[in-house]
Ligand binder design. Sequence first.
Ligand code: F6R
Length: 641
Amino acid sequence: MCGIVGHVRPLAPVISSAATPEVEGRTLCVLLDGLGRLEYRGYDSAGVALVGPSGLQVAKAAGKLENLRAAIAAEPPAPATAGIGHTRWATHGGPTTENAHPHRAGSIAVVHNGIIENFRALRAEVEEAGRALLSDTDTEIAAHILDMDFTARLAEATAADPSADPAQVLVESMRAVTERLEGAFALLAVTSLAPEAIVAARRSSPLVIGLGDGENFLGSDVAAFVAFTSRAAEVGDDQILLLRPDSVTVWDKDGCIVEPKGWEVSWDASAAVKGGYETFMDKEIHDQPAAVADTLLGRVDERGEIQLDEMRIDPAVLRSVDKIIVVACGTAAYAGHVAKYAIEHWCRVPVEIELAHEFRYRDAVVSEKTLTVAISQSGETMDTIQAVRHAREQGSKVLAIVNAYGSTIAREADAVLYTHAGPEVAVASTKAFLAQITACYLLGLYLAQLRGNKWPEEVADYLAKLGEMPDKVQWILDEQQSVVRALGAELADRSSFLFLGRHVGFPVALEGALKLKELAYVHAEGFAAGELKHGPIALVEEGLPVFVIVPTPRRPILHDKVLSNVQEIRARGARTIVVAEEGDDAVDAFAEHIIRIPAAPTLMAPLLTVVPLQIFAAALAGAKGLDIDQPRNLAKSVTVE
Ligand code: F6R
């Protein structure tokens, strides 16, 4: 996550705009407006770098954008011709002013969205060159590497031709440096030596161009510049860009100039904060492929081994663990419930799932050999905080799986494994759930690797399968969304729903029911499919909508049992809505509606099967005219017990 914005205009501008009448300060205005619209992507700190006749100026501040605005108001920068801005969601290094972007090195300033995976090796190079690092970020290292290359290349170029263009040299440096970077990045750089230029590069992190008249823009998404232009153009992976006031040049990875594909943005600035989606929940559902991919980023080293940098618990302690207790609430607890199946299977360690508020008040068996895993999106849920404290008092080490950097749970735990889902604004959790499962799986595979339960090739195989999940989630969003939305609208008048699942499908059923309860205010219950006959089947009556999560047919022992359950409820009049793999024709005869997911191994399936349930709940609530982002009686972070 993180939001980036860039703007370039001529040295002697003749630009007038109702939005920013003060021509002199237009670049700063554009950057601050863009950062305001991108603040949903991160709000730990913000900063801008400006270049112009007065050289390079950088202003940054920890906390929300208003702190940066105040800092700028106190010390207004001189007018600029190009500028880059950043609003941060901390990954490497805490949310401090030092760690805020832009990062400066020599004549250069850089902003970055993404994670540079090989930053440790690059850091050694920067330190060897005798350069002082002021922050803990991977980005500052990239800034120095870029400046070192640029300084050397520019000296060579001007020796050969004193009129060599520094902007063009910076393009060459950007190409050379990004070839050495591993991971994901959208990088923007300005230099005081070329004050009418921005040079940028992108790999697996979002970046779009905004095309103006006599000025040009860059942004993490079009929200960054939609107040100033509605003409946008795509940036492909591994492309390098040079933006000048009157031109945009794009090179592909072979160094050939390519024509960027343009489009007209169809929504206006008022929708920009939601990235063009109607609700934050809709946006966050669509963020899910990135949430999974970003949570996986930077966690595997060059030998293919999982490295959890934040794992500050002694490996000897982790080897001696004889039980794991997951403490969490709501959706986070269901993520832990999914993970139980995987961690027990991979590590042969028993995993208990405890609702955090129950754990504390019963006499749970906890010892120094227990690893407590606290899962929380906000890191501020009071029930989970208290459970963390209780576990530590009992001598257990606590590992937190948290989304919000520097939150209370992250600070109080012995170690933190961050999910990189970015800020989740809608009250109902969606992308955090997928990121939590992903992080739990990384933990499970890490423990299996450490304790020797799995061969390196087996760990690598699971990681490869996890790596395929973002594309599979995207397939559901692309191919199944309209069917699921239509079903949500069609069933908007129903007052009761059941959700059934077996094995990892069981916590997914619980999560599907929770989403519907909290968003649409209808009765919804999730059951283990095998439990139905032991009582709940009495609820089934003519026309009752029942969602059934069907396991992959490649696990017949699970698949066939669930199919029997579908037949049992169908025979009693239920309206069966089946979530099943593509190509699983066995469900056709028993399903009134079929929602397809791409084929995936059993343990990976929850990352897919939950997505249609989220879309369904939001669509049904939308059809009822309810407030999807802020359902009644709920708060995003439950900070009381
Ligand atoms: C449901 C939901 C809640 C949270 C729960 C824990 O959509 O969002 O059930 O999952 O309140 O919150 P965190 O993860 O912040 O501890």
